[in-house]
Design a protein around this ligand. Sequence first.
Ligand code: MRU
Length: 359
Amino acid sequence: MLNLKTIRWCGDATGSLILIDQTLLPLEFREVECANGDVEKVWEAIRSLRVRGAPAIGIAAAYGVCLGVQNVLEADEETFFAKFYEVAEYLASSRPTAVNLFWALDRMKKTAEDFRLVMKLTHSFHPREAANRLLMEAQRIHDEDRAICRAIGDFGAELIPDGAGVLTHCNAGGLATADYGTALGVIFSAVAEGKKIHVYADETRPLLQGARLTSWELMQREIPVTLICDSMAALVMREGKVQACVVGADRIASNGDVANKIGTYMVAALAHLHGIPFYVAAPESTFDLSLESGDSIPIEERGAEEIICGFGKQTAPTGVRVYNPAFDVTPAKFVSAIITEKGIISPVTKENIRQILEK
Ligand code: MRU
């Protein structure tokens, strides 16, 4: 059984952050180490998708904050907190769409502010103690994710019929979280219950998270998987090979509109057309209830080279104009259910979202 450790922290508050370099998978399994206060390396790892997937980005950023304060462990209160806020703001600029990044940084800020208040009352300040508290909070975020993904998996498994073909897009597995995954967590739990599942993994142009990561994870766990080009999803559905679609999410608005990897909207529309249920699996931390609808979700645009020259081979004329949004928004009306750690939201309405999340 695959024992993934997508993200690890080694040592105490002066320790280091170790990430699987996902850009090298599946050909090479190598980890990158970020140490000695090198928060730029964490920023770069998030920006260039060495670590990716909404929950994993949040966990990495929380540890990134711990790394970022390592150079002020002997400083006074003013200097320590100035550095803390600078680092948090810097990490928040790494990627715009997955709200888990900002959610995790907000938790780190709350921890820092609570600690500062307590220190004020006792008229003392110990930067190492502050750094320890921050590390504890990052570890809590990390540990919680393990439990949350298993709860999502267990709730979601009941929606997947025995013998089903399940189509997924991008990678919402262990590599996108602490170790288990959201959408793939649903599949892992269904398989653990004894159901026979066959997964159709969209390759997910342009960065091929489905081809490189999802098919790798499923093969590691010996779950049957067939890789298809994104453009084959309609045919595979029409051929009756797919009984359910399950994907993850990067941000969910209060009305249930879902931002996820580019191409997800197309899968949802096709599922709707073919009468196939389309499920989104995501933790509470992926909801952004401050947004009325998906229209205001910021969508990351990435460089043209990812499309013109993906993985080292030029496949389009030099200088061609390119549009490369990394995410799209699926309207709530196409989402049959959202599977959270608190239960299943269906039908997807503002009221049902509030009701389940308030549990
Ligand atoms: O650009 P990426 O690889 O970070 O995009 C990831 C996705 O879109 C995932 O589906 C999403 O973050 C959910 S991960 C549990």
